[in-house]
Design a protein around this ligand. Structure first.
Ligand code: TUI
Length: 315
C-alpha cells in the first residue's frame, strides 16, 4: 500500500498521514510518535521562542530516525528567528500556517527542506506553488484553531485543479472514511490534528482531552472573526464571554486581551472553562484515547473497507 503515493515518495514516509503542527501540544513527544508509526509528525512552533524550538527539535531527533516536520505559525512574533532555527537544524519538512510564507521559501529550499504551506484559498495555493512550494495542505474551515472560510469538501478539489503539486487535505478528517473521501477529492495525503489530540502521547492536560471526548457535533464555535483571525474552539465560559463582549461593541484591544495566554491555560493548566479549547468539528466522533500507532493503523486498515463501501454504492 502507498508504494506509488507521491507524498510518501517525496518525504520517505510509510503512510500519507500528517499530524497537524499544533501550538503547545504538537511537541516532540507527539511528533516523534507519529513519525515512528510511519506518518509525518510535526512540531508546532506556535509562539515558541527560538531556543525552545531548538530544544524540541533536538528531542525529536533523539526519539526518531524517521523524517519529521516543524510547523511555523506566521503570526508568531519570533517568526524570523524560528525560521533560522529550522534552517540551522536542517529540518526535513517545514509546514506553515496563518499567513503567506512566500519570502521564506527560497532559503528553505536552498538547504533541501520540503516546503509545504497550509492554504485556505486557491489564490494563495497558486502563488506559493509558483514560488517553489513542494506541496500544499488545503485546510477547510472544519479544522480547529485558526481557520479559513471554505469547507474541505469545496476547497480541496479546487486547489487540486489549480496546482500541479500534490495536495494534502486537512479539516474534518478523523477516520478511514474521511481519508477515502480526501482521496476521492484528489488529495494525495491527509493531515489530522484533533484525532491526535486524544492520543496517549499528546501532552495536553487530561481535562482538555476529556472535554474533547465529551464534545458533540455542534460543540464548537468560531470566535475572533471581528479581529480578522477566526479560531474554532469548544464552547465554554471564555467563548461565551467573548461573544457577549463582541455583541456589546468591545474594542479590538479588549477582545485581543481575552485571548492572551488562553490556549496555554487550557492545554497545560487544564482550565477548560477560562481557556481556549481549540479543536475541529470532528470532535463529536472522537470517543477514545488511543496510542498514536493504533490511531494510524486503524485508519490505514479501515481504508480498503471505506473505499469498497463507496464503490458498493455505485452498483
Ligand atoms: O494555523 C493554523 N491553525 C492555528 S495557528 C494557531 S495559534 C494562533 N494563536 C493566536 C491567533 C491565531 C492563531 C492555532 N491554530 N492553521 C493553518 C491555517 N492557515 N489555517 C488558515 C490559514 C491561513 C489563513 C490565511 C493560511 C494563509 C492565509 O493567508 C493569508 C494571506 O496572506 O493570504
Amino acid at each position: 500500500m502507498f508504494q506509488n503515493n507521491p507524498i510518501c515518495k517525496m518525504l520517505g514516509i510509510t503512510y500519507p498521514i500528517f499530524q497537524g503542527g499544533m501550538a503547545w501540544i504538537g511537541t516532540a513527544e507527539l511528533a516523534s510518535a507519529v513519525s515512528n508509526a510511519g506518518g509525518l509528525g510535526i512540531i508546532g512552533a506556535g509562539h515558541m521562542p527560538p531556543d525552545v524550538l531548538r530544544a524540541e527539535i533536538q528531542k525529536c531527533k533523539g526519539w526518531t530516525n524517521k523524517p519529521f516536520g516543524v510547523n511555523i505559525m506566521l503570526m508568531s512574533p519570533f517568526v524570523k528567528e524560528v525560521m533560522q532555527v529550522v534552517l540551522d537544524e536542517r529540518v526535513p519538512v517545514v509546514t506553515t500556517g496563518a499567513g503567506n510564507p512566500g519570502e521564506y521559501v527560497p532559503a528553505l529550499k536552498e538547504i533541501g527542506s520540503k516546503v509545504i504551506p497550509v492554504v485556505a484559498s486557491v489564490a494563495l495555493a497558486k502563488r506559493l506553488v509558483r514560488g517553489g512550494a513542494d506541496a500544499v495542505i488545503a485546510e477547510g474551515t472544519e479544522s480547529g484553531g485558526h481557520i479559513g472560510e471554505i469547507t474541505t469538501m469545496a476547497l480541496v478539489p479546487q486547489v487540486v485543479d489549480a496546482v500541479d503539486v500534490p495536495v494534502i487535505a486537512a479539516g474534518g478528517i478523523g477516520d478511514s472514511r474521511g481519508m477515502a473521501a480526501a482521496f476521492a477529492l484528489g488529495a494525495k495525503a491527509i493531515q489530522m490534528g484533533s484525532r491526535f489530540v486524544v492520543s496517549e502521547e499528546c501532552i495536553a492536560h487530561p481535562n482538555y482531552k476529556e472535554m474533547v471526548l465529551k464534545a458533540k457535533d455542534r460543540s464548537t464555535v468560531v470566535t475572533g472573526r471581528s479581529l480578522g483571525h477566526p479560531a474554532r474552539v469548544l464552547q465554554n465560559k471564555l467563548s461565551r464571554k467573548y461573544e457577549e463582549m463582541e455583541a456589546a461593541g468591545a474594542s479590538k484591544d479588549e477582545l485581543e486581551q481575552l485571548g492572551v495566554g488562553s490556549l496555554h491555560r487550557a492545554t497545560h493548566e487544564g482550565d477548560v472553562q477560562n481557556g481556549s479549547v481549540m479543536i475541529g468539528e470532528i470532535s463529536g466522533m472522537l470517543g477514545d484515547i488511543k496510542p498514536v500507532k493504533t490511531i494510524i493503523e486503524d485508519i490505514v486498515n479501515g481504508l480498503p473497507g471505506a473505499i469498497a463501501a463507496a464503490d458498493e454504492t455505485t452498483k
